[in-house]
Design a protein around this ligand. Structure first.
Ligand SMILES: N[C@@H](Cc1ccccc1)C(=O)O
Length: 503
């Protein structure tokens, strides 16, 4: 019988009476663990060995854990110093105990937090009292750390202590699948009958192609189940990937990209949009105001026209808001709550000069809102802003554009709901169905800019516009139901590492 070299090596190294781990087989044969695993699976498929799998948990000291094995846990050192200072009898000034303990830097906070948690004593108005009955010399966490440092197994240690050490980042927990190989009767028979090494080739090379050797060699079969080393390279976050894809799609639809400041004048964020200065969204509740000098660079004549629109409206039947309007208020700086500020900058001619119809512009940029965090709201998110300027636009154009856009992401059942914005008429909210929960979720807001917006800007044709949430698009594409899984400090790293990139 002829078998590939690695299989022959594994057969010879395996035993019929004891299960041998892939690790020991790799050591004995001098082959890589993944090669041994592959050979073992192939032999198993032919009935010559059995492969047993077991999940094993291993614990390893971290750098900090190792440090504490040498120096003692900070809370234990604090307790010793407290006992020496007589804090078991009467409370002692905390500063004195800390000084005597030799603890410094972040260790002090660590010591204090764990001192209290473990019941070694208490701290009250700057004084530290130690509990005389506490047994800091037999601290279970210290014991586990020393056991690990001695290279001994900690399987018997209390689960809670291990969890605590892992959460303190003193110990790392590794879980792995350990496979062991045992010869079957057929395997033993095969060995007794004798096996020879077959020359198999595991990859095709350019040399083999040119020499024609490929025609005669025997190729190793692929085993897609074989363990391969896990490679964790850096990769682009799916939010960024999706943002890039959105940009590509919009560029493909003939749009140009807008750029502009994250911190901007209220003038561009709100006033140009005919948002009354006493609008609820303009109060400090929603807005991240910045304590910086007001903007200087705004065209005076535009400020006048915008003020006039607010006070008197536009057109012969125009009517303004009859509410206060102040230029200082307009010039104050805040983090933009939407990127419609960019649309205003571009439509006014302030960024790239006066624009001739038709035009299409977009941005995929961050916006900031003082919202309450929940599964669908973050304090900052990405908005897909866009507008089309043309001589004669209708709601059908708006809807058609969204259908065309979302279709590129596999989303074909967009729904529209009439809405109100101070700056568009008519206005529509967009909804899409969440692929997992089946719920309709809001994915954007849109409309045709009103004359009160366009006239001061000097735009004489129609403009349809929108702001779509990139994170919501992501939810529809990937089925996430909590946006905090992909964005921010609570993100689920495993999910981000493993999520398949949809193209
Ligand atoms: N600014 C709106 C989106 C929008 C932009 C342009 C026109 C209409 C709506 C929002 O943030 O919800």
């Amino acid at each position: 019988m002829k078998l590939p070299e690695s299989q022959v090596a594994v057969l010879n190294a395996a035993s019929a009476t004891d299960a041998t781990t892939i690790g020991s087989l790799a050591e004995e044969t001098g082959l890589k663990p993944e090669t041994v695993t592959q050979a073992a699976f192939e032999l198993r498929d032919d009935g010559y060995v059995t492969v047993e799998e077991r999940e094993e948990v291993e614990y390893e000291l971290t750098e900090e854990g190792r440090q504490y094995v040498e120096d003692g846990l900070p809370e234990v050192r604090l307790y010793r110093a407290a006992v020496d200072a007589g804090a078991t009898a009467d409370p002692v000034q905390m500063g004195q105990v800390i000084g005597a303990s030799g603890l410094g830097g972040p260790e002090v906070d660590i010591a204090l937090a764990n001192f209290g948690r473990k019941g070694y004593g208490s701290i009250d108005s700057g004084e530290l009292a130690a509990d005389a009955d506490a047994d800091a010399e037999n601290d279970p966490e210290s014991t586990v750390l020393t056991t690990l440092a001695d290279g001994e197994a900690v399987e018997d240690a209390d689960e809670e202590t291990l969890d605590q050490l892992v959460s303190r980042n003193l110990v790392e927990r590794h879980e792995e699948t350990v496979r062991s190989v045992t010869l079957t009767d057929d395997g033993v028979t095969l060995l007794m009958e004798g096996v020879e090494t077959a020359e198999t080739v595991d990859r095709l090379t350019p040399e083999m192609l040119t020499s024609g050797e490929w025609e005669d060699v025997e190729f190793t079969e692929y085993n897609v189940e074989a363990d391969a080393p896990e490679v964790r390279t850096g990769k682009t976050h799916i939010l960024r990937q999706t943002a890039d894809r959105v940009k590509d799609v919009l560029v493909g639809m003939g749009f140009q990209e807008m750029e502009g400041p994250h911190a901007d004048a209220d003038f561009w964020i709100n006033d140009c949009l005919f948002m009354p200065q006493d609008h609820p969204a303009r109060t400090h509740w929603d807005r991240f105001a910045l304590d910086v000098p007001p903007i200087e660079d705004v065209p005076e004549d535009l400020v006048d026209r915008v003020e006039d629109a607010h006070r008197n409206g536009v057109g012969p039947d125009g009517d303004g808001y009859h509410s206060p309007w102040s230029e200082d208020f307009a010039r104050a700086i805040a983090l933009r709550g939407h990127t419609t500020s960019l649309s205003m900058r571009y439509l006014s001619g302030h960024e790239v000069g006066d624009l001739e119809s038709p035009q299409r512009y977009f941005s995929v940029e961050k916006v900031y809102r003082n919202d309450t965090l929940d599964p669908t709201h973050l304090l900052e998110f990405y908005q897909i802003e866009g507008w089309v300027m043309a001589d004669d636009l209708s709601v059908r154009d708006l809807m058609g554009t969204f259908e065309e856009f979302y279709e590129q992401f596999g989303i074909t059942d967009i729904q529209f709901k009439p809405h109100y914005n101070p700056y568009t008429e008519p206005s529509f909210e967009l909804f899409g169905r969440h692929p997992e929960t089946g719920e309709l979720i809001e994915i954007g807001n849109s409309g045709m800019f009103r004359d009160e917006v366009l006239e001061p800007l000097g735009v004489e044709c129609d403009v349809m516009a929108w702001g779509l949430a990139l994170e919501r698009l992501l939810m529809l594409m990937y089925g996430f139901d909590d946006i905090r899984d992909v964005h921010g400090t609570m993100s689920d790293l495993e999910l981000l590492r493993e999520v398949e990139v949809l193209r």
